[in-house]
Design a protein around this ligand. Structure first.
Ligand code: ADP
Length: 275
């Protein structure tokens, strides 16, 4: 039996009704989760959303990573003023992609540190219930790392999500924490769409030799242990950092590279949700 309440205690029936009305117009809701920060969760969320949009889907990307909302930087959306209507908030556009991020509401990057629980909860509820997401094929949610209050809130507030993509890196210190995310999903009855092992080996562009910097294989093992799909492994690639820092999605800027093609194939099961 689940040890978490399925309903969020801080959401009133009115809040939940409003959220359900908005979320009801979105066909597929996918969380990107990880037990650990810095494993590439936002990178995967951004490139997943962009790849789905490129495949002709109507997509929204919601970044509630309070500890490091990096989606605006990764999409080159700097200092975007939020447009507030009487009863709603306009999403920010990156091409056809509708984006909302905690980063848009922070006055400066240090603000997140002093946000208290109710403030975080308030903004998450607003992002779900007040943003004009409209009719979408997908909403990709970049969650904060760990299994704390914010990932818990989002999993409780979005009813009947399609599931979660879990991002890990191969070293044991990451894997131990990421396993907690799998247990978290199980307890909350959120289906795991698959585990993606990021930063899995480095292929030297000079000599072509592959070095297993953080080892490899723990993602596949974890998937087998928890009986969930293994989506595949993505190598360490310096062009990913360049694209993220430069504000252009990697799958667009480096679309013809092996890594970008690989990134797209790893997302095939997510695309298959809408078939
Ligand atoms: P998280 O959301 O898990 O905190 P990010 O997506 O912000 O992690 O990624 C952390 C850093 O790692 C970023 O600078 C990003 O560009 C870089 N990164 C992510 N995946 C890769 C990869 N496969 N190869 C090289 N750098 C990567």
């Amino acid at each position: 039996m689940s040890s978490y309440p399925s309903k969020n205690p801080a959401a009133t029936d009115d809040d939940q009704e409003k959220i359900n009305a908005r979320m009801g117009r979105i066909k597929h809701k996918v969380f990107v989760l990880s037990g650990k920060g810095g494993v590439g969760k936002s990178t995967i969320a951004v490139n997943m959303a962009v790849s789905l949009a490129e495949a002709g889907k109507k997509v929204g990307l919601l970044d509630i990573d309070i500890h490091g909302p990096s989606v605006p930087t990764m999409l080159g959306l700097y200092q975007m003023p939020l447009i507030q209507n009487e009863n709603s908030i306009e999403p920010v556009y990156a091409g056809d992609l509708k984006v909302m991020s905690i980063g848009f509401v922070l006055q400066n990057e240090d603000d997140a540190l002093i946000w208290r629980g109710p403030m975080k909860m308030g903004v998450i509820k607003q992002f779900l219930g007040d943003v004009e997401w409209g009719e979408l094929d997908y909403l990709i949610v970049d969650c904060p790392p760990g299994t704390g209050d914010e990932p818990l809130s989002i999993c409780q507030l979005i009813e009947n999500p399609d599931g979660a993509v879990i991002v890990t890196t191969p070293q044991r210190v990451a894997a131990v924490d990421v396993r907690k995310s799998l247990t978290f999903c199980k307890k909350l009855e959120v289906p795991v769409l698959g585990i993606l092992e990021n930063m899995s080996g480095f292929s030297c562009p000079q000599c072509g030799e592959t070095t297993e910097i953080f080892r490899t294989g723990s993602g596949r093992k974890m998937a087998a242990d928890f009986d969930v799909p293994f989506l595949g492994a993505l190598p360490i690639d310096p062009t990913i950092v360049a694209a993220c820092d430069g504000g252009v999605p990697f799958v667009q800027q480096y679309e013809n590279t092996e890594t970008a093609q690989l990134m797209k194939t790893l997302l095939t099961p997510i695309l298959a949700l809408s078939e």
